[in-house]
Design a protein around this ligand. Sequence first.
Ligand code: NDP
Ligand SMILES: O=C(O)C1=N[C@H](C(=O)O)C[C@H](O)C1
Length: 238
Amino acid sequence: MNIAIIGYGKMGKAIEAIAIGRGHTIVLKIDETNTHEFNAENLARADVAIEFTGPHSAFDNIIKLLQHHVPVVSGSTGWTERMPEITALVKETNGSFVYASNFSVGVNIFFELNKKLAALMAPHKNYHVALEETHHTQKKDAPSGTAITLAEGVMESLTSKKQWVNENSSNEEDLVIISKREDPAPGTHNIRYTSSIDDIEIIHTAHNREGFATGAVIAAEFIQDKKGIFGMKEVLGL
Ligand SMILES: NC(=O)C1=CN([C@@H]2O[C@H](COP(=O)(O)OP(=O)(O)OC[C@H]3O[C@@H](n4cnc5c(N)ncnc54)[C@H](OP(=O)(O)O)[C@@H]3O)[C@@H](O)[C@H]2O)C=CC1
Ligand SMILES: O=C(O)C1=N[C@H](C(=O)O)C[C@H](O)C1
C-alpha cells in the first residue's frame, strides 16, 4: 500500500517506521516546511493518507484529502467540534475516513472497560468520579482527546454528569478532567471513583508511541477498500 503521511512529527515518524515494517511504501511526507508538496499530483500516488498534525491544521487537511478522494486516517486531537462538517463531506464525496482519539489496542480495550465500570458504578451514588491525564509538555491541546472519549464513556451511564470541565469544580454536574504536563509521558489516563469506604481506579499507561502508530497503520489497511466513517471499534472488531 502507498501511504501519504501528513504531519511528519513524533507520530508521523513512528508511523513511517511501523508502515515500512509492515511492507508499505511511504510516497509522501508533509510537515510545515513543505506544504507546497501537499498537492493533487503527489496525492494521486497515495492509496491512503495518515494525518497526525494537530488541533489547528487537522480539519483543513482532512477536508483537502477528502476533496482529492484519498481515504483518510486521522488521529489529530483538539478539533473534533467540527466533526459534523467532516461527516457531511464524507457522505457527499462517498469518501473513506477513520478517526480515533487514540489508536492503540490497549486504550481501545480500556475505553470498553471504562464504559463497563461506569455502568457498574451508576447505582452507587456515594462514589465521586474524576479523570486525570498526563502528557509530555509539547502537547498543544488539553484535555487530551483520549480523556474526552473516556469522559463521554462515563457520562453515558452516569447521567447526573452533564458536561466535562478541564479544571477543579464542586458542581456535581461537572465531570472533572485534570490535565498534567511532564516529560517524557507519551500518555497516561486514569479514572478514579472515590468514597469514604474505598477507591476504585483504572489506569492506562503508554510506554511509547508504538501502540498509537501500529493502530493507525492497521486502520489504514482497513480503510483502503471501504467507504464511510469508522472508528477503532470497527477496525478492531471490539
Ligand atoms: N489518536 C492517537 O492515537 C494519537 C494522537 N496524537 C495526536 O496527533 C497530533 C500530532 O501529534 P505529534 O506527532 O505528537 O505532534 P508533533 O508536533 O510532533 O508533529 C506534528 C507534525 O505536524 C506538522 N504540521 C503542523 N501543521 C501542519 C500543517 N498545516 N500541514 C502539514 N503539517 C503540519 C508539524 O510540522 P513541523 O514539524 O514542521 O512543525 C509536525 O511535523 C496531536 O494532535 C496529538 O494529540 C498523538 C498520539 C496518538
Ligand atoms: O499528544 C499526544 O501525545 C497524544 N495525544 C492523543 C490524545 O490527545 O489523547 C493520544 C495519546 O494520548 C497521545
